[in-house]
Design a protein around this ligand. Structure first.
Ligand SMILES: NC(=O)c1ccc[n+]([C@@H]2O[C@H](COP(=O)([O-])OP(=O)(O)OC[C@H]3O[C@@H](n4cnc5c(N)ncnc54)[C@H](O)[C@@H]3O)[C@@H](O)[C@H]2O)c1
Length: 342
């Protein structure tokens, strides 16, 4: 079959909150992909999802997904501490990999991922979907058209609605905590839009709300991170796990010629004014805010495979984002800035 008509056979491992969004897109909304199998250790919910999507093959273990000859690419959406071994296994079996962020939880594991995927010649993309969001892409275009000028200041904010992520999140060794899990999105945005590496990180964090859940782990629910970029521009990232109005992501870039903003997470542009004030409608979840981007990032990955071009978010990008997170964790611990060398 010609590459123009061919569909890439995907297998998804991990169909929890995020994997299920990708599985639905692959099965129903991405013409260049075909979802051929699902693997999850919780096999009953996986079977239910598979049958609703018309997918016949469900495995309870990753090994069977790897052995499936119809699976050409694997989308990995399991907890972060499990990803490295799965990526390496997939690469050794010659399968392309789309991995949800964070790619892994140490620099050594990231290097192994880069080495093995390079050696196998398979494509790997990391799920930093903000790079595919229409609002962020407009900002990227403005930067590339020279309308912002030399970058002076940037900021990126992530606000999650009340209610903590799944249980594994509470174990730092499994999730990487707020810096790797949440703020690595913001670190990726700063690197991507500034086209610069981070040279200095100064971070602080507090548990302000979820004492019962987070005190044992020491993972803060509120953080502020100050970053210095190559060439001297400055950036800051902050994150809250308790935004009562919904899920919200914002970013700002100020340059010598102008500025660009990705605004407060409204899901539509209508604003109602009444006697109690000024009301917009905000996204209630990341799925709602980034639905378009989750679709487009995986569609683009399938196209990269078919057209043999490099994905837009590489394993090296995946490593760089988590390394800023590790520096931020170290800075919080030491109560001092951490210098990053490149
Ligand atoms: N890009 C984003 O905006 C975004 C949003 C949410 C989550 N994520 C990321 O997606 C990943 C998954 O997060 P989640 O919230 O969906 O977690 P989750 O706990 O809801 O789902 C994880 C799934 O993996 C399955 N699983 C665990 N171990 C397994 C194994 N050994 N073999 C097969 N299946 C296994 C679990 O049964 C579960 O169904 C995380 O890395 C998270 O950071 C990304």
């Amino acid at each position: 079959m010609s590459e123009a008509k061919r569909r890439v056979g995907f297998g998804v491992v991990g169909v929890g909150a995020m994997g299920r969004v990708h599985a639905e897109n692959l099965a129903l909304k991405i013409p260049r992909a075909n979802l051929v199998a699902i693997a999850d250790m919780l096999v009953e919910p996986a079977k239910k999802l598979a049958s609703s999507l018309g997918v016949e093959t469900v495995y309870s273990d990753f090994g069977s997904l790897i052995d499936d000859k119809n699976v050409e690419a694997i989308l990995i959406a399991v907890p972060p501490y499990l990803k490295k071994d799965m990526i390496v296994q997939a690469a050794k079996a010659g399968k392309h990999v789309f991995v949800e962020k964070p790619m892994t939880l140490s620099s050594k594991d990231a290097d192994e991922i880069i080495y093995e995927t390079d050696r196998a010649g398979v494509k790997i993309q990391v799920g930093y979907q903000r790079r595919f969001d229409n609002a962020f892409r407009r900002v990227e275009d403005a930067i590339n058209e020279g309308r912002i000028g030399r970058v002076l200041l940037m900021s990126s904010h992530t606000r999650d609605p009340p209610g903590l992520s799944p249980n594994y999140y509470l174990d730092f060794a499994k999730s990487g905590g707020i810096m790797a899990d949440t703020c690595s999105h913001d670190f990726d945005v700063i690197r991507w839009l500034s086209k610069s590496e981070v040279t200095k990180v100064y971070a602080d964090g507090e548990i302000l709300v979820y004492h019962k859940e987070l005190d044992p782990s020491g993972i803060p629910d509120h953080v502020v991170v100050t970053l210095t970029l190559e060439g001297g521009a400055m950036a800051h990232v902050d994150s809250s796990a308790y935004a009562v109005y919904g899920y919200d992501v914002q970013a700002e870039i100020l340059g010598t010629k102008g500025a660009a903003f990705v605004g407060i997470g409204e899901k539509n542009s209508a604003t109602i004014l009444d006697e109690s004030g000024h009301h917009g409608q905000y996204s209630s979840s990341y799925v709602e805010r980034f639905g378009q981007a989750y679709h487009d990032e995986v569609e683009d990955f399938a196209t990269c495979i078919l057209e043999n071009r490099p994905p837009r978010v590489s394993a090296r990008d995946g490593k760089a984002a988590i390394e800023i997170g590790f520096a931020a964790d170290e800075s919080m611990k030491r109560k001092a800035p951490v210098i990053m060398t490149h």
